[in-house]
Design a protein around this ligand. Structure first.
Ligand SMILES: [Zn+2]
Length: 149
């Protein structure tokens, strides 16, 4: 009997999530409060993701965690048909979205409520949803223009 046959989808998915460490805990705490928090360099103001000890732009080790808008634009996407990970068997094929946050950093994620057609540069906003586990995951939704505006 294989290990996979005794594990639930949630258990397989949970194993794929990064371990919560003192370094990334502010990010995960933010998601749990429906907030996207990124490290911001205290020297040059560059936002970065994922977390790192020093600023990739100026190498300063001084930073603050700041809540950001959660807004960005769809820069690229693919539809993943190949089943590399059994945790995704139930959702294959699935969309992998490359989002450029308004604050600068790129994030690889997915879209919820995927529209029939996707287009380069459409505005998106962060949403915070559990995957198969209870832990909130950063995903994005396409922003629809407000018809009343
Ligand atoms: Zn910097």
């Amino acid at each position: 009997m294989s290990i996979e046959s005794t594990e639930s989808t949630a258990e397989r998915y949970e194993r794929l999530l990064p371990e919560i460490t003192p370094e990334n805990k502010p990010y995960w705490d933010g998601l749990a409060q429906n907030e996207l928090r990124l490290q911001c360099c205290d020297e040059c103001g560059e936002y970065r993701f994922p977390e790192s000890e020093v600023c990739p732009r100026c190498l300063s080790a001084s930073f603050s965690w700041r809540a950001v808008s959660g807004k960005g634009r769809l820069w690229s996407w693919i539809r993943m048909h190949q089943r590399y990970l059994s945790a995704f068997d139930e959702v294959s094929p699935y969309l992998v979205a490359y989002v450029k946050l308004d604050e600068g950093p790129p994030v690889i994620s997915t879209l919820v409520d995927e529209p029939d057609e996707l287009a380069f540069d459409v505005p998106v906003r962060a949403v915070f949803q559990p995957g198969f586990s209870e832990r909130p995951i950063l995903k994005f939704a396409v922003e629809h223009p407000d018809p009343a505006a």
